[in-house]
Design a protein around this ligand. Structure first.
Ligand SMILES: [Zn+2]
Length: 317
């Protein structure tokens, strides 16, 4: 039974619609590879594929290995509905719009209309099983991405390492946070460590600056936010997620310069030792006493020990 189900879907997947008229543009295979990766890494845990920043980032990562053309996630996300296994769930109020629309021309519009996409339950089950997932992944690569096979497999294995690193630091928060006991869970390459830390922090704070709560993502996957170590890695060697926060580039600079910090009750403190001019809403001093954005999970809260170190050693007072 299961073998038949697998074969049925492999057949469908070998017959995706590819825009061959415009050079290499395997949107649908790349979307499927991206979703497969996110399921494998625990970033997608149910049969609701949300057009999220994480999906955009993953999609672009594969896309740029294959072509210089502009990535357009909205195309496959929408048009894959011509395959019997892919369905859409509209945002409330957009039920009628979704039933009549024949194309969606921007990612913003896609997010407005569609809450999530989902697979036939039987196919989703195949994606959650490591063995069948690998077979499907391999089929997609062999069928559509033969010429890029090597790069794609390298990418998949590097991503696996990054993901392992980020999973470890997200999960291993059962130990007491200690400044003198730096936490680095695996001996990893610098690139893996950096990306793994970033991924964990972006997952906790969903690409949003904890200070100003700005979230800006470009359609090619860049984000204004950066994963900041509270005690710099060069001082602490500490990749504990509680030694991290997500900051936009401006507030990352201000934090590292010691112009802003965070107090014992997670409110912003601002240094008096600077001169600033400009519109009130953009000034650092306006942020004084504002509560920072905190993680959903209490275990991931920034460590007070780390913040105390920052106030003591970096903050200008
Ligand atoms: Zn900010």
């Amino acid at each position: 039974m299961e073998v038949n189900v697998l074969h049925k879907y492999l057949h469908e997947i070998r017959n995706l619609r590819i825009d061959r008229a415009h050079g290499n543009a395997p949107h649908q295979p790349v979307l499927l590879l991206s979703i497969i990766e996110m399921i494998a890494q625990g970033q997608i845990t149910e049969n609701k594929i949300i057009p999220s920043p994480g999906l955009v980032e993953t999609f672009i990562k594969y896309w740029t290995k294959i072509t210089d053309r502009k990535p357009k996630l909205e195309l496959p996300f929408f048009h894959m509905k011509s395959r019997s296994f892919w369905h859409h769930h509209p945002n409330s109020g957009y039920e009628t719009a979704l039933s009549v629309v024949t194309q969606i021309k921007s990612f913003t519009l896609l997010r407005e209309i569609i809450a999530y996409g989902y697979f036939d339950e039987a196919l989703y089950l195949l994606f959650t099983n490591t063995e069948t997932r690998d077979i499907i992944q391999q089929t997609i690569i062999e069928t559509y991405l033969q010429d890029f096979k090597e790069e794609i497999y390298i990418l998949i294995s590097e991503e696996k390492e990054i993901s392992e690193y980020s999973q470890k630091i997200l999960q291993q928060v059962d130990h007491t946070f200690a400044i003198d006991k730096p936490f680095v869970p695996l001996s990893a390459k610098k690139r893996t460590r950096k990306n793994g830390f970033r991924r964990a922090i972006m997952r906790i704070y969903t690409y949003t600056c904890v200070v100003c709560e700005l979230q800006i993502l470009t359609l090619d996957g860049e984000s204004v936010t950066e994963a900041a170590h509270i005690i710099p890695f060069k001082n602490s060697g500490n990749d504990d997620v509680r030694n991290g926060i997500s900051l936009c580039q401006l507030h990352h600079w201000g934090f590292d310069m010691g112009l802003i910090s965070v107090n014992e009750v997670y409110k912003v403190i601002v240094s008096d030792l600077m001169a600033e001019k400009g519109p009130l809403e953009w000034k650092f001093t306006t942020l004084r006493d504002k509560g920072i954005l905190l993680p959903e999970n209490r275990e991931h809260y920034p460590a007070q020990e780390a913040l105390a170190w920052h106030r003591e050693n970096v903050f200008r007072k």
